[in-house]
Design a protein around this ligand. Structure first.
Ligand code: NDP
Ligand code: BG6
Length: 486
């Protein structure tokens, strides 16, 4: 397979928070990978901006260390690192004060052909200050773009306020709200599979689909992000954004084109069609400690915390396509394995001509987001050999790494694709303001519900599939979760 790399326009990308964890772990390594793929034009520049007092050389040294830590060894060469670092600059700036803004204005190139992009990789409390000062100092103009990290608010009210603040200085077409799940290769493949094949779409509805499962299981705990996480929990941190986006892509009607508003209009309709969730259809969990593994309470240093590190829910999308087909979603930390997948479980064949003794198997289409990105379709065939007709389920298995040749294992990471989309001016894989607000409008009453009921999450042992109660969500309906495999 020949990989096609389309160079982007020259750009000045300012990373506010350029010394922070996200910049060092994801954004800068992603830019480096795009650089070695040949996608960064000669005159593209990256400008780190944060309060730390550094000069260009000091910043380059810091980024060199980050690349060594977070880029695979085989992608690193001294020559490439040096060439990439030469594109890097640094301005010491305070989002809340006046220091550094004049220097930033002088550093930017005054050329209409150079795209100006500003990545807000700082605490959300600084988003408004940055937007205001970029405007005040005339650094951002009509052709500039801003990239806004999550969390985008913590409820509908704060999301609306943030949208309003950003809208004072930027048009919606200039605002790129990141949900990095939309940048994952397999997530985009979901759309290719649905809308690029004639095979699946006729069956993609309540008549043929029994139910859908979305699982995002992580092995990590909340680690160093306890302060943020304890105020969010799995619902705000993962469901309101990442799982919601996956659900939208699975459930939406075919957009007329793969274009920003066409796609986002369809996603918005799905979010608005989500029914409120009954308390009995929600299971929240919190990991216990085991051996040397700290408990959630230890991790967040609050023995009384009732924040969930696991959540499972049964959801309904109330429209003609999906009425009667439940969507089961779950996500959690410190589970058995890192496994993210979507399973579309089709209904039984309406009649078995082979008799019940031959056995019956359902077709299941599994889309693996990570690890081992790919898809499996379970198909029923005859068990080989004499002795009558016995049916078995065999997988038609496709791993992208195997199927797509030598580059298959070099699948671009979410952040590198998304940053390049910003430079290209393509908002298809970014959330629109109304989408984020609709997601909070659905999320808020659910959180208010369990807060009012003063519910404690169920405890679960680390290294499991979450609390036992989550299995009951499906067992009571004669269904079961797909196994989270170590
Ligand atoms: P960090 O705390 O690691 O980094 C914060 C950055 O902001 C630092 O570069 C810091 O540098 C800078 N900063 C802090 N205060 C100011 C200020 N007043 N003016 C200018 N710069 C300032 O945070 P993360 O990198 O982890 O997160 C950044 C954003 O990304 C947050 O919104 C977070 O929610 C989001 N995010 C992070 C993820 C992650 O895995 N880390 C995942 C998903 C989203 P200095 O102190 O030198 O000013
Ligand atoms: C982030 C969440 O948005 O996504 C984290 O804040 C979570 O809590 C992470 O660990 C998961 O992303 P990925 O790409 O590792 O599945």
């Amino acid at each position: 397979m020949v990989s096609r790399v389309i160079p982007v326009d020259p750009f000045d990308l300012v990373i506010f928070g350029g010394t922070g964890d996200l910049a060092r772990r994801k954004i800068l390594p992603g830019l480096y990978r795009r650089f070695i793929a040949g996608q960064m034009p000669e005159d593209a520049r990256v400008i780190g901006a944060a309060r730390s007092e550094l000069d260009d050389e000091g910043y380059r040294k810091d980024v060199r260390d980050a690349l060594k830590e977070f880029v695979s060894k085989r992608a690193l060469s001294e020559e490439n690192i040096a060439a990439f670092l030469s594109r890097l600059h640094y301005v010491s700036i305070d989002a809340k004060g006046e220091g550094g803004w004049k220097k930033l204005a002088q550093t930017m190139r005054d050329d209409d052909d150079v795209v100006r992009a500003f990545y807000f990789s700082v605490a959300p409390s600084l988003f408004g200050d940055l937007a205001e000062r970029l405007h005040l100092h005339k650094i951002a103009g009509a052709n500039s773009r801003i990239v806004v990290e999550k969390p985008f608010g913590r409820d509908l009210e704060s999301a609306k306020a943030l949208n309003a603040t950003l809208a004072e200085h930027f048009d919606e077409t200039q605002i790129y709200r990141i949900d990095h799940y939309l940048g994952k290769e397999t997530v985009q493949n979901l759309m290719a599979v649905r809308f690029g094949n004639v095979l699946f779409e006729p069956l993609w509805n309540a008549q043929y689909v029994d139910h859908i499962q979305i699982t995002v299981a992580e092995t990590v705990g909340v680690g160093g992000r306890g302060g943020y996480y304890d105020k969010s929990g799995a619902m705000r941190d993962m469901v309101q954004n990442h799982l919601m986006q996956l659900l939208c892509l699975i459930a939406m009607e075919p957009p007329s084109r793969f274009e920003p508003d066409a796609v986002r209009d369809e996603k918005l309709k799905v979010i608005r069609a989500l029914e409120p969730v009954e308390p009995g259809d929600i299971v929240r969990g919190q990991y216990e400690g085991k051996g040397k593994t700290p408990s959630y309470h230890d991790d967040v240093e609050d023995g009384e915390s009732r924040t969930e590190s696991f959540i499972a829910m049964k959801l309904h999308v109330s429209n003609w396509r999906w009425a009667g087909t439940p969507f089961y979603v779950r996500t959690g930390k410190r589970l058995k394995a890192r496994q993210s997948e979507i399973a579309v479980v089709f209904k039984d064949a309406p009649h078995s001509i082979f008799g019940e003794a031959a056995g019956r198997h359902r077709n299941i289409l599994t889309i693996r987001l990570q690890p081992n990105e790919g898809m499996t379709l379970g198909v029923t065939i005859k068990e080989p050999g004499p002795g009558g007709m016995r049916l078995v389920d065999v997988p038609l298995d496709m791993s992208f790494a195997d199927a797509l040749g030598p580059e298959g294992d070099e699948i671009p990471e979410a952040y590198e694709r998304l940053v390049m989309d910003v430079v290209r001016g393509n908002q298809t894989l970014f959330m629109r303001g109304d989408e984020v607000e609709a997601a909070w409008a659905w999320t808020d009453p659910i959180i208010e519900g369990w807060t009012k009921r003063d519910e404690r999450p169920f405890a679960y042992e680390p290294g499991t599939a979450g609390p036992e109660e989550s299995a009951m969500l499906l067992h009571r309906e004669d269904r079961r979760w797909r196994e989270i495999k170590e």
